[in-house]
Design a binder for this molecule. Sequence first.
Ligand code: V4E
Length: 227
Amino acid sequence: MSFQMSVEVERKFLCNADTLKTLEEIGAVCVGQQQIHDQYFDTPQFNLTLRNMWLRKRKGCWELKCPPAAVSGTEEKGGEQSGAAAMCTCYKEITSLPEIQLRVTEVIRNVCESRDTETGFSQQDESWLSKMNLVCFAEFTTVRQSFNLEEEGVKIDLDQADFGYHVGEVEMVIPEGGDVQAALERIDRTAGKLGLTGDQRVEGKMSVYLKKNHPDHYTKLLSVHVL
Ligand code: V4E
């Protein structure tokens, strides 16, 4: 069975008092505001996140984010990167529940006693979580304001998380196998228009959340170059 997948290329940035004004000046159009409640799941030993796999439930739907095996123009975190790619992350987004269960099972089967490889549970049936020893390790709510910058074909989100972190992101979602280099260039041009400076990647919400709530796991993820 093959599943349609997409790849999210994004660059995070720190918001300041001028961000909204700058967005307006460059012609970004506000397309709405929403409240997002996220729950992230892993085994108690963090077998998924230590492999840079992020299992999330958002608005009742399951999503798995993991690094693309090999995407030209960007490397997995920890690799040598230069130019626009160094400021961006690139993750495969899997939204098909059977495919998510397959991927998670592959990891769990290798590390856990359980040999239960059953998949195909429905969206409503969450018994697969306990069968795979998955528990919620992070839960937070974000108020998100979204903008489109049509001339670059990018989306810009301004996120305010309920644990006090404010972060923006410029992102493009492309089909798997799509032109990552072109997406990086569009994001880079947008960053220029927004006047973003600095050559350090900006922390995501999860990084800040883990530092506060699971400092030992945060340190471990840093040491294996996942964060
Ligand atoms: C990929 C990832 C995580 C999953 C959440 O990803 P993120 O894009 O940060 O969250 P969000 O809410 O903006 O999702 P969206 O609405 O765009 O789908 S948690 C940690 N990672 C890894 C990671 C990383 N290593 N570095 C950076 C800058 N971000 C994420």
